[in-house]
Ligand binder design. Structure first.
Ligand code: MLT
Length: 332
């Protein structure tokens, strides 16, 4: 009798675990580090809509903006374990865990948003041969928010000389750090969630992120000057835990792949529109937009000379060569 009770109890527990909590078969938490006014969030909402549509409601996407589940790098680590299912993050914040994605970060690799789109789309497949092994994640598509621009509260930066001595925050990856070093600075790597208070308290003088982020994160309240450095486009993959993905039936994997590609196209269009609007608004809010530095060629040649040195940080020389070829073919 005792044994029968035990067996029944175990069976009841198994049923309660196997039964879906809601109408959907799967719940997919989606974390990102931006607030709800940023193009990232608008792209996330589109992704949610598309996943739910293409999966016929079998996957329920729940979005957590503003680093609610942890910093971008912490959440990426949780994806590896399968304890969070998905995330949209800045490529630079993924590189320490998944070096191969760093090819998207080579300074001055792209001269336009269109070039970046072609390269990202061509690289997604080859990257998915590598990212599951490196970081237990795969990319479903890449968001893009335009060139990262340098903001600071101290002075107009029109040249490398003007830049000297400023305390600039960069994301925690070697490419950003070394690039700023090549321009004569000692940059300050810092988690994204800490940037606004650090600007407010004067711990740092400036940072670099897209125009739309200067609006959504209210940098105009604590920064005055913007320089278009053009060294790097903000790209950010929608990543999904490989454990979660491999646990899905094939039709739902396809639903995620399709939703990821389409959400990326949507976000890129939203971002392009909002970037233009952001430039106007920032001027109205009192910021000084100085355009590109007068000596941009010097910035370029210093940073581009580092490419071979970055190979160990971004998956090795062989991958750098292969990825550069893929990007060049896509852009041509
Ligand atoms: C960063 O600077 O860490 C990122 O660009 C922030 C973001 O994900 O938007």
């Amino acid at each position: 009798m005792k044994q029968l009770m035990k067996t029944l109890a175990t069976a009841a527990l198994a049923v309660s675990v196997a039964l879906p909590m809601a109408a959907a078969d799967y719940t997919m938490r989606l974390s990102h580090g931006d607030n709800e006014n940023n193009p990232t969030h608008k792209g996330a909402l589109k992704f949610e809509e598309l996943v739910e549509k293409y999966s016929d409601g079998r996957i329920d996407v729940q979005i957590f903006p503003s680093n609610q589940l942890g910093s971008e790098q912490e959440v990426a680590q949780a994806l590896r374990m399968g304890s969070i299912e998905s995330e949209i993050l800045y490529t630079g914040n993924l590189v320490p865990l998944a070096p191969s994605v760093g090819v998207m970060m080579l300074p001055y690799a792209f001269t336009s948003n269109e070039e970046a789109h072609a390269a990202m789309d061509a690289l997604t497949g080859p990257l998915n041969e590598r990212l599951p092994k490196e970081a237990g994640v795969r990319a479903l598509g890449f968001f893009e928010k335009g060139f990262r621009v340098l903001t600071n509260g101290e002075r107009e930066v029109n040249s490398l000389e003007d830049l000297q001595g400023l305390k600039i925050r960069v994301s925690k990856n070697n490419i950003a750090i070394e690039t700023f070093k090549s321009w004569g600075l000692d940059p300050i790597p810092m988690a994204w969630s800490e940037v606004f208070p650090a600007l407010q308290q004067g711990v740092i003088d400036g940072q670099e992120n897209p125009y739309t982020t200067a609006i959504s994160s209210k940098f105009y309240e604590v920064q005055k000057y913007i320089t278009e450095v053009h060294y790097l486009i903000w790209s950010g993959p929608i990543i999904v835990s490989e454990r979660f993905y491999q646990g899905l039936p094939e039709d739902l994997q396809e639903a995620l792949d399709k939703a990821g590609r389409e959400a990326a196209d949507y976000e890129r269009a939203v971002s392009a529109e909002e970037t233009e609007a952001a430039k106007k608004e920032l001027v109205e809010l009192g910021m000084v937009l100085t355009g590109a530095p007068v000596d941009e060629e010097k910035w370029q040649s210093a940073a581009k000379a580092l490419w071979p040195q970055f190979a160990p940080d971004i998956g090795g020389a062989e991958w750098l060569e292969e990825a550069t070829q893929i990007m060049n073919d896509a852009i041509a």
